[in-house]
Design a protein. Structure first.
Length: 122
């Protein structure tokens, strides 16, 4: 009958080390949680103050180029301006007789007239 060697490994010591590691992990998690609470409270207390470069504070503005403060509304206004340009008739160069036409009309004209092509060389 074969048995295992009981003197090689101290089972109680292995469990004690595992319990110590678990306790150390729990303590580290508790410390991290407390630090997050501290930073959250500190941030919410400082959020009541306006940033020093906020508009309307009577402070001078930083030099150009500045960061966008309202990127979504800026993009919406830009796209509205583009759509107005692309969907209307306008003179591009009145002296040269160049006119802008809406994209849908230009596509209809391309279908009717075809695309210009170069002549094939022999």
């Amino acid at each position: 009958m074969s048995r295992h060697e009981e003197t090689d490994v101290n089972v109680n010591r292995v469990f004690a080390v595992a319990a110590g590691l678990a306790a150390l992990t729990a303590a580290a998690c508790l410390v991290v949680w407390l630090v997050f609470i501290y930073f959250d409270r500190r941030e919410s207390a400082s959020a009541a103050f306006a940033p020093p470069l906020a508009e309307g504070q009577g402070l001078r503005q930083p030099p150009e180029p500045r960061l966008q403060t309202t990127p979504r509304s800026d993009l919406r206004a830009f796209r509205t301006q583009e759509d107005a340009l692309l969907d209307s008739y306008q003179w591009a160069d009145k002296g040269a007789g160049t006119v802008r036409i809406p994209i849908s009309e230009a596509m209809k004209l391309v279908v009717q007239r075809g695309l210009p092509a170069r002549e094939a060389k022999p």
